[in-house]
Design a protein around this ligand. Structure first.
Ligand SMILES: [Zn+2]
Ligand SMILES: [Zn+2]
Length: 317
């Protein structure tokens, strides 16, 4: 089959990748569409050494026999062992032996087929389009913030960063009715939020506010210090960005201000699919370009250009 292969931080389009066969308890999924995520770009920059088929944001159709046959699905990307201490404690996304679709020890979604355990599959409601379903994984990562932080209606929340994840996080935070301000660098992207009645500000014109919660989604190491500037003492700083470089932090500032730091990664799929089905968030305006799988290397180059939003790979066409 065809696939986008990463090796030594280099990607190629290959026509000879082995067709995956599902193991017991796994489903074989024909990929319809996949989304390029910043994590894919960070893997190219050396965030984590991975060799194999890239990609973890997808919608597809189950082609292996069984009760899931023919159903349209997306899938949780962390595959847990089920027996380690983290799994037994109910933290499967932190499984000590986990593999992660297109990121760690498991071939990903930029290919004609992928395999995932049945328990990782989530049926996509009919009211959710293929384009929308591709956003389930990053939207779930945004929903994870609400699993971790209790927001009061009186809380002031700043979402910092107007990239793909920032635009999703801002929309998810807005569902809580908190006092929200999204801060970014690009008025065209912020206008997507303004269209949904979310207050925004350019970083150069942002008010000197001290928020109860700041969600850092800039995708850059420099975003950390910036996020601290918008946080009140004893505030909560939620970190969503991952990047290849390491960070120098003024830890004393965090100590003196008694800041609560929360790392936030993957989240629950069902509430994300529910938000999509009920049109509580708009994801399709984030789609900037689409390419066939054979042009996946070009698509990754385009997605890596500054200011790019979501690039979709149309795989089953
Ligand atoms: Zn992602
Ligand atoms: Zn485990």
């Amino acid at each position: 089959m065809h696939g986008i292969w990463i090796q030594d931080q280099h990607v190629t389009f290959r026509t000879d990748v082995p067709d995956p066969q599902s193991a017991t308890g796994e489903a074989r999924v024909r990929v319809l569409k996949a989304g390029i995520c910043n994590t894919d770009l960070e893997l190219l920059r050396g965030y984590y050494p991975f060799t194999g088929i890239l990609g973890h944001e997808f919608v597809g159709v189950v082609e292996s026999d069984g009760e899931w046959y023919g159903r349209r699905v997306c899938g949780e990307i962390n595959v847990a062992c089920g027996v380690c201490s983290q799994c037994r404690a109910g933290r499967p996304t932190h499984c000590e032996r986990r593999t992660t679709l297109g990121i760690h020890s498991r071939h990903g979604a930029f290919a004609n087929y992928l395999t995932l355990p049945i328990e990782n599959l989530q049926a996509v409601p009919d009211s959710v389009t293929d384009d929308e379903a591709v956003f389930t994984e990053p939207l779930a990562a945004s929903v994870e913030i609400l699993e971790q932080v209790h927001l009061r209606p009186s809380d002031t929340v700043v979402v910092l960063g107007d990239g793909k994840l920032g635009l999703l996080c801002a929309q998810v935070m807005a569902t809580t009715g908190c006092n929200l301000l999204a801060i970014g660098k690009h008025s065209a992207k912020l206008s997507l939020l303004e269209a949904r009645d979310i207050r925004t500000a350019l970083i150069t014109e942002a008010p000197q506010l001290r928020a109860d919660v700041v969600v850092e989604c800039t995708g850059h190491a420099s975003g950390f210090a910036l996020a601290c500037q918008f946080l009140r003492p004893r505030g909560t700083l939620v970190l969503k960005s991952t990047y290849a470089e390491s960070l120098t932090v003024d830890m004393s500032r965090l100590v003196v201000d008694e800041v609560t730091l929360i790392g936030s990664r993957c989240g629950p799929f069902p509430p994300a699919l529910d938000l999509l089905a009920r049109k509580r968030v708009d994801v399709t305006s984030l789609i900037q370009a689409r390419y066939p799988l054979k042009d996946g290397v070009l698509a990754l180059e385009k997605a890596a250009q500054p200011g790019r939003l979501k690039v979709i790979l149309d795989i089953a066409e």
